[in-house]
Design a binder for this molecule. Sequence first.
Ligand code: IMP
Ligand code: MG
Length: 181
Amino acid sequence: MEKDLAEILISSEQIMARNAELAHDIVADFQDRPTTVIILSNGAIIFGADLVRQMSIPLELDVLSAKSYTGTRSRGEVEVAQELHVSIADRHVLVVDDIFDSGLTLSKVVSQLQTHGPREIRTCVLLNKQRPREIKLQPDYIGFPVEDQFVVGYGLDYNHQYRNLPYIGVLHARLYTDTAE
Ligand code: IMP
Ligand code: MG
């Protein structure tokens, strides 16, 4: 897998250190509130699993499946499998995603969750792509800014591969079959 990468952008150690800071900030804001963390799968399962294990407060945990990408391109529409196993009515909700790109995924998920009567919804992403976007929503907690390029690892995939890399990297351009422009 490593040989497919042009560059490692963020090391495993950097991610772990930043996760601890994020968890600290989140706990400071959520403590003493009925907290529900919703991890968006598949991309955020690894980040979310590491993050919640650093959050030393009682919380309920669920996973929602959200999908918007094929290859390295957003399809511009988001599918959310709306099957929460917990009630978020009157709860303080933290939605965790891997990367904020167009912002469509998080804003669609947040607006769907709003219909379930939460007290508050905040959002956390590991990566924030530096790009212009029309979406108004801004994530409340951000791990790292990244340039507007396609990244993989630590949950992020290219056609379902590379999610298990322990760091964030950039693939060799020769591996993309759908970016010739
Ligand atoms: P958005 O809806 O455009 O903000 O896209 C967010 C989703 O697209 C994320 O949850 C990721 O799953 C996926 N995505 C966006 N950029 C990348 C990337 O650079 N690598 C891998 N997946 C990405
Ligand atoms: Mg995703």
